[in-house]
Design a protein around this ligand. Structure first.
Ligand code: URA
Length: 257
């Protein structure tokens, strides 16, 4: 066989393998269908000219030091906030919870997820999204090529509503300043609101999540994707393809940074 043909064959095989891996990831996250929908991203950016590709930026030792101290500063601010919340009794949920569910992840995260409120597993472990919905969220994060530890995950409410009832409007109002502080400290490049409560609270709207999802909104200047909550996906697996579409937009946005 001619060397060029051998080379083309090799390249084709590596493309096929990459596609296979991608399909496996998508299947793992539960996507079995492909939706062909028009892009409806309000912040759609013009396609980048490959000739104007960004030059890789060299990280110097000084940059690394700045990053380390910035991470320490953010971690410290978050820890101070967590301590403040440990004694929070602004609403009655502080009395019924087992653990405060403050938030978890990288204080320097570019991507921050906001869910609704802790459930039973989260209340017991003191960490957001560790139950069945959380396991699905972890798969979603991995499907866009990231690790759970790369992102930051928080909820609108930090204490479990008894019996997993919906958060009450007054509980949201009282707990919101803590979420705002978390977002201001982390300063993510992108937010992702999971489900009705996170989306409606952060966007100050009553619009249903089905009409908000799939496009970038803005929360105080930060681009924010709205998508379905993983717990909803467990009940409605046919909508996984829509979430996959939403998350690809988040992935592409982050890749363009
Ligand atoms: N659902 C949420 O909204 N948050 C969690 O932490 C767990 C389940």
């Amino acid at each position: 066989m001619k060397p060029q043909i051998v080379q083309i064959r090799k390249e084709l095989l590596s493309i096929i393998n990459a596609v296979k891996t991608r399909i496996e990831i998508e299947k793992g996250f539960g996507v079995n269908t492909i939706t062909l929908s028009k892009p409806n991203n309000v912040m759609t950016q013009p396609a980048k000219n490959p000739l104007t590709k960004k030059k890789p930026i060299k990280t110097t030792e000084a940059d690394r030091q700045i990053n380390v101290s910035e991470k320490e500063r953010k971690s410290q601010l978050l820890e101070e906030l967590r301590k403040e919340m440990l004694v929070c009794h602004k609403c009655s949920l502080g009395k019924t919870r087992t653990n405060l569910v403050f938030g978890v992840g990288d204080p320097m995260a570019k991507l921050m997820f906001v869910g609704e409120a802790p459930g039973r597993d989260e209340d017991l472990q003191g960490e957001p999204f560790v139950g069945r919905a959380g396991q699905l969220l972890t798969k979603i994060i991995e499907a866009i090529g990231m690790k759970r530890s790369d992102v930051y995950i928080a909820n609108v409410l930090k204490c479990r509503p008894p019996g997993n009832r919906n958060p009450l409007p007054e509980e949201i109002v009282l707990c919101m300043p803590y979420l705002i502080k978390q977002i201001e400290t982390i300063q993510p490049k992108v937010l992702c609101a999971l489900g009705t409560f996170a989306a409606q609270t952060l966007l100050n709207t009553k619009a249903p999540v089905g009409t908000l999802r799939g496009r970038f909104h803005e929360y105080k200047g930060i681009p924010m994707m709205v998508t379905y909550h993983p717990a909803y996906l467990l009940r409605n697996p046919n909508d996984k393809a829509k979430v996959w579409d939403d998350m690809k937009k988040v992935r592409d946005f982050l890749n363009e940074l």
